[in-house]
Design a protein around this ligand. Structure first.
Ligand code: GBH
Length: 516
């Protein structure tokens, strides 16, 4: 009776609470944005060949990008190269200043192998090269910005290429020797844990550089060279992981892992679900499965398909090299985090007809990928703005690999230049929002990195496509860097640790906030 009489009041209280609480969260989201988790880190990234210049300064020797752009200048769209690029070799203090303006927690950059080891080997260490990165690291630490250091971002010393590069299994030692020098030289910064990334985007190194001609060294031997590269690269990475783990971690306390490029592959319709899954396993499962799955080794579907095709084509063994049992164990689990570079999504359909020259990578896959005409995107033909693909990818990583810690080490958008980059802002907000959705559902995502801090040498596209939060003026000898509108928006996200779709920045002056 009592209960019954009270029921309306209870209901009323509950009801008004629901109203109040609801409107409060809605308002909070509207005015302050969606919060990122406590401890979440924000940064921005660059890579040595894309920004440094100083291609032959102070003892640095030639790498595969110097070699290609000097010998075939118009291999890039604008026939330009990275000889000077953003001149960060001299202007690194300005780069750190920009990181301070943005209020970044960390700055991700890469080290040039040929700048540190001019002979490619540790018989000679180039002091000037070591000094350059020491200066950069010290400048970052002075302002509490953590270094996230990529050991290899595509600029292999030319001499090693002439000895086969990533197709020569000796590279596992060459890469290990080089990495050990870096741990010895740079790993000791007290109090700060350095984050190490062994290799940036194996898929681009191997497929684009060895399987096709779309990146140096442009080997263009598909169905063969990219698989040899993949095996050696994974073993090289794992060797370095274990060296750090056994010889340096106890005293230096950093974390170390690999960064994979992974796009989302959506089946055109449910009839193509298997094709999409197969394609995904070739595109990035090739590297993720050996490291992050419970069983290790290349993905089963990949082993089966390449072996079957190889046999039918008359090869005495599979064109996909095998790992030994020992190598499988060494590679499995060899990353403290899943470093993820993500930009875009493709649709996939199965395609068994022989449209490709065989053997080839896509003939092995028997699927094709494309972007529908109505998808809009950036200045790069391959870059469509499809935020939901990011969510699906993050969910897949969580489900397939037992929710590893994920570091988003690149995500970003290209334009043809200009300071009013609303399309880039829309892209960043959309992708960050989907990342938050994945976090809400349990994905263990710990950091986010914008590509890029500033415009830079965009590989085969030269300087025609711009990814920077800061615009770089290549006409000026100072390579003047100017913040775009997106820089102000990113700064506000980092400052408030929240995503507010309605924030309109005042873009008149960029300042450094207190504490940076
Ligand atoms: C990153 O790669 C790089 O790490 C970075 O150096 C680069 O500046 C940045 O992105 C922007 O491009 O040519 O058929 O393989 C991104 C990787 C490059 C993967 C373009 C997809 C297009 C399809 N992506 N690639 S294809």
């Amino acid at each position: 009776m009592l209960l019954l009489r009270r029921a309306p009041t209870v209901i009323l209280v509950l009801y008004s609470c629901i109203l109040l609480c609801e409107s409060k969260t809605v308002n909070e989201v509207r005015h302050h944005g969606r919060k990122f988790p406590d401890g979440f880190l924000f940064g921005a990234a660059t890579a040595s060949y894309q920004i440094e210049g100083g291609w032959d300064a102070d003892g640095k020797t030639e790498n595969i990008w110097d070699h290609m752009t000097h010998n075939e200048p118009c291999s890039t769209d604008d026939c330009l190269n990275g000889d000077v690029a953003d001149n960060s070799y001299n202007l690194y203090k300005r780069d750190v200043e920009m990181a301070r303006e943005l209020g970044l927690d960390f700055y991700r950059f890469s080290i040039s192998w040929a700048r540190i080891l001019p002979t490619s080997f540790p018989d000679k260490i180039n002091e000037a090269g070591v000094q350059y990165y020491n200066n950069l690291i010290d400048e970052l630490l002075k302002y509490n910005i953590e270094p996230v250091v990529t050991i290899y971002h595509w600029d292999l010393p030319q001499k090693l290429q002439e000895m086969g590069g990533w197709t020569n299994s000796f590279i596992t030692d060459w890469f290990a020797d080089y990495s050990r020098v870096l741990f010895e030289q740079f790993g000791d910064r007290v109090k700060y844990s350095v984050y190490w990334i062994t290799i940036n985007e194996p898929r681009e190194v191997c497929y684009q550089g060895y399987g096709t001609n779309t990146k140096a060294p442009r080997l263009n031997i598909t169905g063969m060279a990219e698989y040899m590269c993949a095996k050696n690269l994974l073993v090289a990475h794992a060797k370095v992981y274990h060296i750090y783990d056994q010889e340096f971690r106890a005293t230096q306390g950093g974390t170390i892992g690999i960064t994979l490029s992974a796009q989302w592959y959506e089946p055109e319709n449910e009839n193509h679900a298997e094709a999409a899954e197969t394609l995904l396993q070739f595109e990035w499962g090739e590297y993720a499965h050996p490291i992050f799955s419970k069983t290790g080794d290349f993905p089963p579907v990949m082993k089966e398909k390449v072996a079957a095709k190889s046999a039918a084509q008359g090869f005495p063994r599979s064109r996909l090299p095998e790992f030994t049992a020992e190598e499988i164990e060494m590679v499995r689990g060899s990353s403290d985090f899943f470093g993820l570079n993500h930009y875009t999504t493709y649709l996939v359909y199965s395609n068994e007809s022989l449209e490709y020259d065989a053997p080839s990578y896509y003939d092995d896959i028997e699927a094709k990928l494309y972007h529908p005409n109505h998808w809009s995107g950036g200045a790069s033909v391959w870059l469509k703005n499809i935020p939901w693909g990011f969510y699906k990818l993050l969910t897949k990583i969580r489900e397939d690999y037992d929710n590893p810690p994920v570091y988003i080490t690149e995500n970003g958008f290209s334009t043809r230049g200009g300071l009013d980059d609303d399309d880039r802002i829309i892209y960043y907000r959309g992708y960050l929002n989907e990342m938050l959705n994945a976090i809400e559902e349990g994905s263990d995502i710990r950091m986010y990195t914008a590509w890029s801090l500033m415009d830079n040498f965009e590989w085969m596209r030269g300087y025609t496509e711009r990814f920077g939060l800061y615009e770089v003026d290549y006409e000026s000898p100072e390579r003047t860097r100017t913040p775009r509108k997106s820089a102000f928006v990113y700064k506000e996200i980092v400052r408030t640790r929240a995503l507010d779709f309605n924030y309109e920045p005042d873009t008149t002056v960029m300042t450094i906030d207190e504490g940076h």
